[in-house]
Ligand binder design. Structure first.
Ligand SMILES: [Zn+2]
Ligand SMILES: [Zn+2]
Length: 317
């Protein structure tokens, strides 16, 4: 699951009313024209989601306290947090309908971008499963079920009627171990250089105080990799004491060695786990000269401790 949290969106805690359970989840679409530019630019997805929240907050007729949906899903498979878990939606049409189901929005509309990508369907499914683990029953419906609206549009409604199955091809819900395939950033006309194998396994690690991004050193050197190179790496971490309700997030960061400037646009993998646990995050990418790659983790709740970490991967230089 690729979750973008409210804090990553720069939003405060939702002021929407709490609601611990519901019968299930209703799927929505935007119902307006949605630009196909979203397909090529994930920043446009984030801007779209922020502008939906702004328009809801400006809607004095509905008197919304927050964006109306619990989550949204973008064409690149990101699940974007809205009201989030255990909050009443404002999207389903009236108070009774809002109490009966939580709401997940697909970023497609009635013209322009109308067909959900497989990655988007996977992210909606991620949202449904996350809500099910947090009080939602098993029903999956469209907005139009029980309310006079075209929402969620033909393609999404057809998928809902099939039971909202997770697409079988792309968007794996868990990062796969690195595959020995050429990374896309290497030009095809160049002869493919042989990759170097990367393997470092280190016992121990830093404590992760709650609410602070903490760097996870791979070995003596804090940087996993230095550019220029193309990489496909997996970072496996054993964690202790994450507790039942803790969430630990990981992010890969490119840092410019000279300016210390950090790239902000890298994806974040988020895992919700309880107890002593292991997790793996992976990433493929290209590192320009003068930059290095590092991994950071953030624990919520009571914090956590790293008891072991391993870096595996392939590097093309
Ligand atoms: Zn709707
Ligand atoms: Zn996107």
């Amino acid at each position: 699951m690729k979750l973008v949290t409210r804090s990553q969106l720069g939003w405060p805690t939702s002021a929407a009313p709490s609601q611990s359970t519901a019968r299930g989840v209703k799927v929505h679409y935007e119902g307006t024209a949605v630009s196909t530019k979203l397909l090529a630019n994930h920043d446009a997805c984030l801007n779209e989601w922020k502008s939906i929240r702004r328009s809801h907050l400006a809607n004095t007729a509905e008197n919304y306290s927050d964006v109306a949906y619990n989550f949204a899903a973008c064409p690149h498979g990101y699940l974007l947090e809205g009201r989030g878990l255990r909050r009443r939606t404002g999207a389903n049409g009236n108070a009774a309908l809002n109490q009966a189901h939580y709401a997940v929005l697909g970023l497609v509309g009635s013209s322009g971008l109308t067909e959900p990508t497989d990655a988007m369907l996977g992210a909606i499914r991620d949202g449904i499963e996350l809500l099910r683990k947090n009080g939602a029953g098993n029903e999956i419906r469209g907005h139009r079920d029980g309310y006079a609206t075209a929402c969620p549009g033909g393609p999404l409604y057809a998928w809902v009627k099939k039971g909202a199955p997770r697409p079988t091809s792309p968007t794996p819900s868990k990062p796969a171990p690195p595959a020995p395939t050429p990374a896309p950033a290497v030009p095809v006309e160049d002869p493919m250089p042989a990759p170097t194998t990367l393997h470092e396994s280190v016992a121990g690690g830093p404590d992760l105080p709650a609410g602070e991004w903490t760097e996870l050193p791979a070995a003596e050197d804090t940087a996993i990799l230095r550019g220029p190179c193309t990489y496909d790496v997996a970072f496996t971490v054993a964690l202790s004491g994450t507790g039942d309700a803790s969430r630990v997030q990981f992010r890969f960061v490119h840092v410019d060695i000279a300016t210390r400037r950090r790239s902000a646009a890298l994806p974040v993998d988020v895992y919700v786990r309880g107890g002593d646990t292991g997790t793996q995050v992976s990433r493929r990418g290209s590192l320009p000269a003068g930059q290095y790659l590092k991994v950071e983790a953030l624990a919520e709740g009571a914090g956590a401790a790293v008891i072991h970490r391993t870096v595996d991967g392939l590097v093309w230089r």
